[in-house]
Every structure is written in C-alpha cells, then in structure tokens.
Design a binder for this molecule. Structure first.
Ligand SMILES: *[C@@H]1O[C@H](CO)[C@@H](O)[C@H](O)[C@H]1NC(C)=O
Ligand SMILES: *[C@@H]1O[C@H](CO)[C@@H](O)[C@H](O)[C@H]1NC(C)=O
Ligand SMILES: *[C@@H]1O[C@H](CO)[C@@H](O)[C@H](O)[C@H]1NC(C)=O
Ligand SMILES: *[C@@H]1O[C@H](CO)[C@@H](O)[C@H](O)[C@H]1NC(C)=O
Length: 439
C-alpha cells in the first residue's frame, strides 16, 4: 500500500482556507513572532525570517476505518494531504477506492472545521502525454470541484523512471509533466489551487536519463515540493542502512546513497528555490513516521564492542513482517505483481511490537544505536533477529533543526497515522520553534 512503488500519483491537496472569522481560532507561531497574520503558521528560523511555515502530512484514506479524519491532530498542521486518488487507463477518469471515497468528504469537512488545514488525495495517471493533457486536466478539475478540494499534490514516482513494472517510460516524461502542469495552472479554475509535488531525492530526470540541471520552470507552476527523503535504504539495498538519513556525506564512501543534505543541495543547485537572494523557499522536507525491517544474524548485527553494527549484511530471503503488513496478503499492484511483504513498521507499530517503550525509547532487552552521520536510530531484537531502521524523537528534532538552518519551507510527514501520541510531531514542532497561539 505504500506509494513509493507507484507510477504517477497525483495527490489531491485539499487546502481549506484558514478560517479567520471563527470565534476560537488557533494558529501556530514561533515564540518571537511579531504581528503575524491570524491563521498563519510560523517558525523562528532566522533564515526564513519568521515567514510562514508549512506543517503538513499525508493522510492514508484507505486506513480511514481505523483512523478516521477526526483523530488527526489538526491544530498542529496547516496542510493535510489525502492519499490517494489514482489514475486509470481512461485518462478522463480518476479513481478512489471505496473506503477513500467514503472518507474524503469527512476529511474535507474535518479539515475545514479545524484551524490548520488542507488535505489531498492522490491520483495515479499515466504519463500525461501532450495530446491527452486537456482531458486529464479536466478530470483533475472535476475531482477538485466534486470534493471541494483546495489543491492537488502530484506523486509521480517517477518521471523518466520505471516504478511499477508495467509503466511505460518515455524520455519526455518530465517535459510532458511540465507541459501538463503549465496547462493545468493556466486554467482559470486552477489559478488559486495549491499545486504541489512529492519528489525524489534527485531532481526530475531529463531526456538523457540524468537529473535535470534546471527545474526552475517546475517551481513557476508548483507552489512547493516535498522531498521524499525516505526509502533511501530498504530490502532492495545491499546491506542494512538508514531509511531516512539526514546526512550521508559523512558516511563511508560506498554508503553515500543520498540524504536530506544531498537532496536539498541537489534540488537547489538545479534552481528549485531555496531561501536565498530574496527567493522564498518552495521546498519542504518529507519525513518518515516509519522504518524498514531486515533479518540480521546476531554475529552480523552486534560488533566486537557489543554494540549494534552499522550497515550489517541481512538475509533478503527472510523479510520480517512489519506492522504495516497484513499477514497472508495476496493482493496485487495495478500491474498484477504481488504487493508482497513490505517489512514496514510505523513508529506506533514499533511500540506495539515491543521494540520501543510507549514513550518512544528503546525497550529493555532491545539493542539500540543512533548513527551519528544519518542521525537516525536502529533497533535490534536478537531473539527474532529483526533490525529496524527508523526515526524517533531525536532524529525528528535533528531534521527540524536542519529545516530551520536551511530555511526550508517546512515539513511533510508520511504518514499522519504512524506517530504515537504526537511524539514525533511534537519533537519537530519544538525543534523548529513552532507554537500554537489561540486568539
Ligand atoms: C537568530 O539570530 C540572532 C542574531 O544573530 C540570534 O541571537 C538568535 O539566537 C537566532 N535565533 C535562532 C532561532 O536561530
Ligand atoms: C554532513 O556531513 C558533513 C561531512 O561530515 C558535514 O560537514 C556537515 O556539517 C553535515 N551536515 C549536517 C546537516 O549534519
Ligand atoms: C523479541 O522477539 C521475540 C520473538 O518474537 C519476542 O518473544 C520478544 O518479546 C522480543 N523481545 C523484546 C525485548 O521485545
Ligand atoms: C521512557 O519509558 C521507560 C520505560 O517506562 C523509562 O524507563 C524511561 O525513563 C522513559 N524515558 C523518558 C525519557 O521518559
């Protein structure tokens, strides 16, 4: 069910306007915010000089039965994205699964009745080819109007790259994506829509198969991007490694597979606006309320010093079942391939699974190491031989400080259901200096 394996996904961003007229209204502001407009969320990063911050997350619509929209901590967000609506072979049709179709109206209404925010749902269209773009533009706008959405978040994973096995990759994917976005933005009905994209840690791939040098035209039609800085390491990697590394330039050369540091550098070098030369940053950092599990023998997992080893080998033929998996799941992806066992544990799932205490620290009898380069933790259960790379309050705080230091626009959490008692979210807020202020 995780979006990473999909092709082109459009998240429909529902961004209910902030309600300034409500009698009781809470906004999020930094401790030092000076006369900021009601309804804004700000942080105290010097780099961004008190400008608005985006505190966002994705809401997995298919989990609505267990996690209804009313259980979202709305007051701590000012943007919320409903995932997903998906593209279909018919370019004029965008689909929602049954649970999502039922949850989306509740979600929109919950978002509009609460202080902070937006919401969106994702679509998985085929490559928007030039000729079909108008049809697809209409389909998107119809969905926006049908559900009273405030925006759309596109999650094409990834233009110019294969993703799901049956995807058709075209060297012009990124160019066509841009044409589509420009066409969409040019519609009167889309003038004020919030248009965003969830993107990989490298800029969109150009016709030569390499990351583009200049993505500034995307920045002209998108309000912002969220860099999905997770799934950097997982079951497909040669060894265990960090799911969501903050940094990798300090890692052994062979293990420098990307990080928030490298990703922000890559996107800003390709001219996606950072907070510099009077350009407001249009980049939010995607952060993970989950981790990946690996089967690791004790001899590989524990080094001679008796502590948990970094980058140990693992047995890829034994994928542990994660908290996000359904045992015995035989479901297929849209290409007919088995979804398989993801091995994904949400942060809450690590607590439920006995790896972590209810306050999010490593449980008694569980090995723990905090990698000082990736600035993320790993836990290890020697009996079950399961190691998990994940994020905790400490790693979220490090990412919050990085967001401020880089003057990024804010954060986007995948996903809103993964946290437990807002341990991760509160840590981000605290590190970024975000505070709720009620008027
Ligand atoms: C902002 O800059 C001022 C002056 O350089 C400094 O005293 C203050 O600690 C900084 N605040 C933050 C949050 O970095
Ligand atoms: C990342 O690592 C490099 C190399 O050690 C270091 O210079 C840099 O300060 C680190 N950045 C962050 C944000 O940790
Ligand atoms: C480790 O895993 C074993 C086997 O699944 C389980 O019985 C045990 O409770 C776990 N240990 C801890 C400390 O949670
Ligand atoms: C977290 O919970 C554990 C187990 O109850 C406790 O030993 C530990 O002191 C707590 N840590 C913090 C930081 O509250």
């Amino acid at each position: 069910m995780f979006p990473r394996s999909s092709t082109l996904v459009l998240f429909l961003l529902l961004a209910p306007p902030l309600i300034a007229s409500a009698a009781q209204y809470c906004s999020l502001k930094p401790p030092s915010a000076v006369s900021s407009p009601v309804g804004s969320i700000q942080h105290n990063a010097n780099a961004t000089d008190g400008s608005d911050v985006i505190a966002s997350a994705w809401y997995p619509g298919w989990l609505a039965t267990d996690f209804p929209p009313s259980s979202i901590s709305w007051s701590k967000y000012n943007a919320m994205t409903f995932a997903f609506a998906t593209t279909t072979p018919d370019v004029s049709t965008i689909a929602l699964d049954d649970v999502s179709a039922q949850a989306l109206p509740q979600f929109v209404s919950a978002a509009q009745n609460n202080a902070a925010g937006p919401a969106h749902s994702t679509i998985q269209p085929r490559s928007p080819h030039r000729k079909i773009a108008p049809l697809f533009v209409n389909a998107v706008l119809n969905l926006v109007s049908q559900y009273n959405l405030d925006g759309i978040d596109f999650d094409w994973e990834y233009p110019g790259k294969i993703g799901l096995s049956c995807n058709v990759v075209n060297p012009d994917d990124s160019a066509n994506f841009l044409l589509f976005l420009q066409e969409l933005r040019s519609q009167p009905a889309a003038k004020n829509l919030v248009l965003t994209a969830a993107v990989g840690i490298a800029p969109f791939v150009g016709s030569d198969g390499q990351p583009m040098d200049d993505v500034s035209q995307f920045a002209a039609v998108l309000d912002r991007i969220a860099i999905m800085n997770y799934d950097v390491w997982g079951s497909w990697s040669p060894t265990v490694g960090p799911n969501a590394p903050l940094n990798d330039s300090c890692a052994p050369a062979a293990d420098q597979d990307g990080s928030a540091v490298s990703a922000v550098n890559a996107w800003t070098t390709a001219n996606f606006p950072a907070n510099q030369e009077n350009l407001k940053s249009q980049i939010t950092l995607g952060v993970a309320a989950y981790g990946h599990s690996f089967s690791v023998t004790p001899s590989a997992a524990i080094n001679k010093m008796g502590s948990i080893a970094l980058y140990p080998s693992f047995d890829s033929s034994v994928q542990p079942i994660g908290s996000a998996d359904t045992p015995g799941d035989t479901s297929l992806d849209p290409c007919g391939d088995p979804n398989g066992v993801s091995g994904i544990f949400t942060f809450a799932g690590l607590i439920a699974g006995g790896f972590l205490n209810s306050n999010g620290t490593a449980a008694n009898g569980i090995g723990y190491v905090f990698d000082s380069c990736s600035q993320t933790p790993f836990v290890y259960n020697q009996t079950s031989q399961v190691m998990v790379s994940y994020d905790d309050a400490t790693s979220f705080a490090a990412k919050g400080r990085f967001i401020n230091a880089q003057g990024l626009l804010g954060f986007a959490v995948w996903d809103v259901t993964g946290d437990q008692n807002d341990i991760l979210l509160d840590s981000l807020h605290e590190a970024m200096g975000i505070q709720p202020v009620c008027e």
